[in-house]
Design a protein around this ligand. Structure first.
Ligand SMILES: *Cc1c(COP(=O)(O)O)cnc(C)c1O
Length: 446
């Protein structure tokens, strides 16, 4: 009998692809290019890290949202939420598509004006409006959404002083089943405060009440909450008609639709759980058209959608700086983009993807480049073995990162727009020492 051949025992890791609680995906997702432009070409031309915005995605997503509402309600007007992403190039695309501007500060108001938005198409929200901001808003005929009684009295005072009427709405906070209620903003519906504010405005001859506004929160995954909010605004709309024989021009349901990002701690990916624009549109339009409001007197429906319209259009390209084993044996890597650029990494498990197929997937921690312990982009992500210099893509970063980023330790990087023809343009230039020389002064050295 022939002897079995001796084979020396050895250990090798089982490489079973990238299992997750949903089983084994056949293929690991890679992002090698954006709108047909290779990631490597973008980084070569504009550096790393690099924010990239896709005009095509902005227009496609906006088109989807608009269609969802336009097919269900007769009069819909979107107003672009500046604080979500106020790069001029981004705002201009929304304005070209027909969006008005929704701003929450004097700075954003000035930005909207400089982007060519007519003052009468600016919705001015927020708790912080200085006397000068209010005068600017009145002079430009903007829609001022009053946040609290002190602002209401200040407006009465100013409008008398400058002898000009102000077009106003009030922000209303209400119980739509979303907790905690954002009752720090606006006038409360349930305790009668909103009705009281409405009456005071109707009595003030220098204020013209044109609408009602609410913004129930952000990343709201229950479309039914919008139905409740819309019904409550509709009740006030009818109460105003009954008492004053007067129809307001609009009801504004604010922003807050969820994007496809996955919240930390969520069991299912956000792309599976986030309601569609159709779902939100169905809930809101149902509430309004089935309310007491006669159809010939339906108000214009304003929407201030931010995150859900821009998240998908933004990418952050980054480069691997180092691989490390932590003490406990866990694999980790350092990339050149950190929480200084990715404010939303505090809330989301952002999607990070290689640009080419790789194997040896293992649970990995992804650190940013900052010399600061909290600079973690992903605590734990099953990720293939990368090498120094490999490029990665972080997706769905179009909302709130480019406005909430901070200049900390590093210069902020280039932001590039890929236009509809596939051409690239720098829409915000990388900072340099000169950026700081312009605004810093040293009294000792003159
Ligand atoms: C931030 C904000 C928005 C946009 O909210 P999203 O959650 O990004 O849709 C709209 N309206 C107001 C008043 C806001 O403060």
């Amino acid at each position: 009998m022939e002897k079995f051949k001796y084979v020396k025992p050895g250990m090798s890791k089982i490489n079973a692809g990238m299992p997750s609680k949903f089983g084994l995906p056949v293929k690991q997702k890679i992002i090698s290019g954006i709108d047909g432009i290779p990631v490597s070409a973008l980084i070569e031309e504009y550096g790393s890290p690099l924010f990239v915005i896709s005009e095509k995605t902005i227009r496609d997503v906006y088109g989807e949202a608009k269609r969802a509402f336009d097919t269900r309600y007769p009069k819909v007007q979107f107003a672009w939420s500046y604080k979500t992403n106020y790069l001029d190039a981004v705002c201009s695309i929304f304005h070209e598509e027909g969006s008005w501007a929704e701003v929450v500060s004097g700075f954003e108001f000035e930005k909207a004006l400089s982007n060519g938005v007519n003052g009468s198409q600016i919705l001015f929200n927020g708790p912080e409006k200085s006397r000068d901001d209010l005068i600017m808003a009145i002079e430009n005929n903007a829609c001022i959404h009053i946040d609290h009684f002190d602002e209401l009295y200040l407006l009465i005072e100013i409008t008398r002083e400058i002898q000009k009427k102000a077009r106003v709405a009030i922000r209303i906070n209400l119980d739509a089943g979303i907790y905690p209620i954002w009752d720090r903003f606006g006038f409360n519906y349930e305790n009668g405060e909103a009705w009281n504010a409405i009456n005071r405005i109707m009595l003030a001859e220098s204020l013209e009440l044109i609408g009602l506004h609410t913004h129930i929160g952000t990343y709201i995954m229950a479309q039914a909450a919008y139905g409740i909010a819309a019904s409550k605004l509709a009740n006030l709309y009818m109460a105003i008609h009954r008492k004053f024989d007067y129809w307001l021009k609009y009801l504004d349901l604010g922003g807050g639709f969820a994007s496809k990002n996955t919240l930390k701690g969520a069991y299912m990916p956000g792309s599976e759980t986030c309601p569609s624009f159709d779902d939100y549109a169905e809930a809101i339009s149902n509430a309004l058209i089935s309310s007491e409001i006669p159809h010939e007197n339906l108000p214009v429906l304003f929407l201030e959608t931010g995150r859900a319209l821009i998240d998908d259009a933004g990418y952050l390209l980054t480069t691997v700086l180092a691989n490390k084993r932590l003490n406990g044996g866990r694999r980790s890597m350092v990339i050149d983009a950190g929480v200084n650029l990715l404010f939303t990494s505090f809330w989301y498990n952002l999607g990070v993807f290689p640009t080419k197929e790789m194997d040896h997937a293992e649970e990995t921690t992804i650190y940013g480049p900052l010399c600061m312990n909290i600079d973690v982009i992903r605590d734990a992500i099953v990720f293939p073995q990368v090498k120094t210099g490999d490029q990665l893509v972080i997706e769905r970063v179009g909302a709130y990162n480019i406005t909430q980023w901070m200049q900390f330790i590093n210069y902020r990087p280039n932001v590039v727009l890929i236009d509809n023809d596939g051409k690239t343009h720098i829409i915000r230039k990388k900072e340099s020492l000169a950026t700081f020389k312009k605004v810093e002064f040293d009294p000792k050295r003159g």
